[in-house]
Design a protein around this ligand. Structure first.
Ligand SMILES: [Zn+2]
Length: 592
């Protein structure tokens, strides 16, 4: 009682107790119901993001964009939706490989479909793109350019038929169980054993485990190629590869000229390597399964110089030395068996980037880990500005894959730098000299393998008419590309008597499914990384692994502006010339 009265600032002093109690109960009841409906409304607010999306979609649909200010407001809300979808796709992918949670790939893709299958939004972009020119508003004009590309790429990416087949294939490839002699074997084990197996027949068996998967999924892959081509033609492109290069701002004619130049400039060197392989393996005819073994013998530094457990520590040591504050960067690093050498995912640019590295061994393992860290650095050091200019990787057109791989390779390239090897490994001078003299070989083999993979895919998409999709034809394309770029004739190289023709292996590559039209990016990336390292050498000389100003130069030249500037312009600005083959061919020793 006393308590009541203490609070007795009540205005109702002269009413009877019951009435007071009744009024109190009524008031309490009223109060509770107000509370209840308030909490209910918060609940709804909680759900508001979804309704906000619906609202924004309805708003998108209903918004009349009649002035530039309306356009900016409309784009801002569209980009909020876009970034939510990017985050959902990032986390779904992360979970599908890290197994840390639910991997709702389909749900994430639906979020993108909400945006990119919206015809009203596409019309607004198309209508306003020509009106907003760079001299009117350079940033808005660039946003329009990126949205225009993304509405083309997004329409194919979010296409339900294509998406369903992609997800089905990605799952089939990721979860496929390879066997050898009836026992399970992993991709990493096959790769490691191909390097050490002295028996050629056994190496062929190891190499052919890949065809178990390729033969199983190739019909679906070909169906996917057909669907993508049909969509590309709807947008006025001759085929999906040409469309994809347009979305990455890569000139198709320039690309073919560049790749043919790299082929011509390295043909002689590769013939020399084939001879070396024949000699070191004592086989009559060199098969694709002999190269990893030959490379192991010729030029490798011992795996003991690259201790698995201290890979991340070693990365941080170098990156700190060149000025990156690794301890405060939101980058997560994990070692895990995945269908890639490594995988980096920018979940929320610039606040959250994560990567996984396949538990391989030796220098190759370090190079991949440094590469993936390079991806993460670009993500967390991109300015936190306009979502469509942040360079998320999900929608074709939102970034240039070649440039992203180039930025990652700039860091992978340090593991091939003589000064770095001297400082960060215990290899003897003699071993280092031997390695530097022979390092061209693994680089050359990687280039020729990438050229083979690129041209198989490029030919798969080319001149899309009915009969190009016959499995037999794609098999023959694969054989032709092995012959041209790896100088092995699959029709006559089998060392296993009973195996007449070598079955397909191409469809086992998850790239053709999940990262279509991507292989040229690794070749261009190597050109970007070597051209950038030549610029770094000119700028920082001997301090290339120790000058803390290097990070500032990389951030300013390449990272912070995101997609505001076209990738090819960034390279021209930073290295003083457009991207060309010189630095890469010099590293290979093909030219002086
Ligand atoms: Zn990469």
């Amino acid at each position: 009682m006393n308590r009541l009265t203490q609070r007795n600032h009540f205005p109702f002093r002269n009413f009877s107790l019951e009435i007071i109690l009744f009024m109190k109960r009524t008031l309490r009841f009223l109060f509770l119901s107000i509370l209840l409906c308030l909490s209910f409304s918060c609940g709804t607010k909680q759900e508001q993001p979804k309704t906000a999306m619906q609202d924004s979609t309805q708003q998108q649909n209903s918004t009349q964009v009649s002035r530039k200010d309306d356009l900016v407001k409309w784009l801002d809300s569209l980009e909020t939706q876009y970034e939510q979808a990017c985050f959902a796709m990032g986390i779904a992918n992360w979970n599908s490989y890290s197994k840390e949670g639910a991997a709702d790939l389909d749900g994430a893709k639906k979020k993108f479909a909400n945006i990119f299958l919206n015809e009203d939004s596409r019309k607004i972009i198309q209508e306003w793109k020509s009106k907003i020119t760079p001299n009117v508003d350079p940033t808005l004009s660039r946003r329009m350019e990126m949205w225009n590309r993304c509405f083309i790429g997004g329409a194919i990416y979010a296409d339900s038929e294509i998406a369903a087949l992609e997800n089905k294939l990605q799952k089939a490839i990721t979860d496929f169980q390879f066997t050898l002699d009836g026992k399970p074997i992993t991709r990493a084990q096959v790769q490691t054993q191909l390097k050490t197996e002295k028996n050629a027949k056994r190496r062929q068996q190891l190499w052919l485990t890949t065809s178990q998967l390729s033969e199983k999924v190739k019909a679906d892959l070909i169906a996917l190629v057909k669907l993508r081509n049909e969509k590309a033609k709807q947008f006025g492109f001759p085929n999906y590869y040409s469309l994809s290069l347009y979305l990455n701002a890569i000139d198709e004619v320039w690309l073919l000229k560049t790749l043919n130049e790299l082929t011509d400039q390295t043909d002689e060197m590769f013939q020399k390597f084939v001879k070396m392989t024949k000699k070191s393996t004592a086989v009559k005819k060199v098969g694709p399964w002999d190269y990893d073994f030959a490379l192991r013998d010729a030029v490798s530094l011992s795996d003991k110089y690259f201790p698995k457990d201290s890979v991340f520590q070693t990365i941080h040591k170098l990156e700190n030395a060149i000025g990156f504050p690794t301890d405060s960067l939101p980058i997560k690093e994990v070692v895990k068996d995945i269908p890639y050498g490594g995988l980096s995912l920018a979940l929320n640019i610039p606040k959250d980037s994560r990567f996984l590295v396949n538990p391989a061994t030796g220098k190759g393992f370090y190079q991949v880990a440094f590469h993936e860290y390079g991806h993460s650095l670009q993500a967390v050091l991109t300015k936190d500005s306009i979502p469509i200019l942040k360079g998320y990787e999900w929608i074709p057109g939102a970034q240039c894959g070649a440039f992203a791989e180039g930025m990652a390779d700039v860091h992978g390239e340090f593991t091939d730098n003589e000064l770095w090897l001297e400082t960060y490994t215990n290899a003897t001078d003699n071993e280092l000299q031997n390695y530097m003299a022979g390092r061209w070989l693994p680089t050359l083999y990687r280039l020729r393998s990438l050229l083979k993979n690129f041209f198989i895919e490029y030919e798969m998409y080319k001149n899309p008419d009915e009969n190009i999709y016959s499995p037999g034809r794609i098999d023959s394309i694969e054989h032709a590309m092995f012959k041209k770029y790896l100088l092995v004739d699959l029709d006559s190289v089998s060392v296993a008597k009973k195996l007449e023709t070598i079955p397909s292996t191409f469809a086992a590559s998850i790239w053709y499914t999940s990262y279509p039209c991507y292989y040229q990016n690794y070749i261009l990336a190597a050109m970007i990384a070597t051209q950038t390292h030549e610029a770094l050498n000119n700028k920082f000389g001997e301090e290339i692994i120790s000058n803390p100003n290097i990070s500032a130069w990389l951030i300013k030249s390449f990272y912070e502006q995101g997609e505001l500037i076209e990738w090819s312009e960034k390279i021209r600005e930073a290295t003083g010339k457009g991207l060309e083959t010189g630095a890469y061919l010099r590293k290979l020793g093909a030219i002086k």
